[in-house]
Design a protein around this ligand. Structure first.
Ligand SMILES: Cc1cc2nc3c(=O)[nH]c(=O)nc-3n(C[C@H](O)[C@H](O)[C@H](O)COP(=O)(O)O)c2cc1C
Length: 172
């Protein structure tokens, strides 16, 4: 898809066709888009946890009690290691959250390009999710995304609500 069209058309999708599996090669291309994301000092401090088995999906879905999320056919959890990410020497700022957000955004845009619906989720129960995915020492989670094909006949809203460019840009 043409890049600007993709950005304009992408929207969060929270309804999925539970009968339609995402082929492994499509999932691989989406995960690979995350792998190719830039990160501070190219540290790549991430792991992408693909949740696809029914037993694990059940545990991960339980960390975010929304009806639609209980039907998410696939979930990708972006995990980072704070000891691997870049730290600004002068003030100790750790770039981990920025790096992980960029990787997630790459995967969300790749999903759009594949015709896969996705919803970024941050309002989960952290302790529950850490336990469900077996989070290791030094690892942190900032977000996960539900993914699945939208049901047949699904129509996007097509009404992106965004502040106008004149309001968000400032030239100095
Ligand atoms: C960092 C981040 C966290 C989000 N967390 C949630 C969430 O926990 N639950 C949810 O339903 N949507 C979540 N969303 C989706 C946003 O609500 C959505 O992107 C926003 O309303 C703009 O709509 P659009 O994606 O359709 O353009 C999140 C999005 C981002 C970028």
């Amino acid at each position: 898809m043409e890049f600007y069209t993709l950005i304009e058309n992408r929207e969060t999708i929270r309804v999925y066709d539970s009968e339609k599996e995402i082929p492994r090669e499509v999932l691989t291309r989406i995960l690979n888009a995350g792998r190719l994301a830039p990160s501070a000092s190219n540290r790549q401090p991430w792991t992408f946890v693909l949740v696809a088995s029914e037993s694990k999906l059940e545990q991960v879905r339980a960390t975010y009690q929304r009806e639609w999320f209980q039907k998410a056919p696939y979930i990708i959890v972006v995990v980072g290691d704070k000891t691997k990410s870049w730290v600004r020497p002068k003030d100790g700022y750790n770039s981990i959250e920025t790096d992980l957000a960029i990787a997630m955004d790459h995967m969300i845009l790749a999903a759009e390009n594949e015709g896969v619906g996705a919803c970024w989720v941050i309002a989960f129960d952290y302790e529950m999710l850490a336990k469900a995915i077996g989070l290791q020492e030094n690892e942190v989670i900032y977000s996960m995304a539900a993914m699945g094909y939208p049901p047949k006949g699904f129509q996007k809203k097509g009404n992106k609500k965004r502040r106008p460019l004149q309001e968000v840009e400032r030239e100095i």
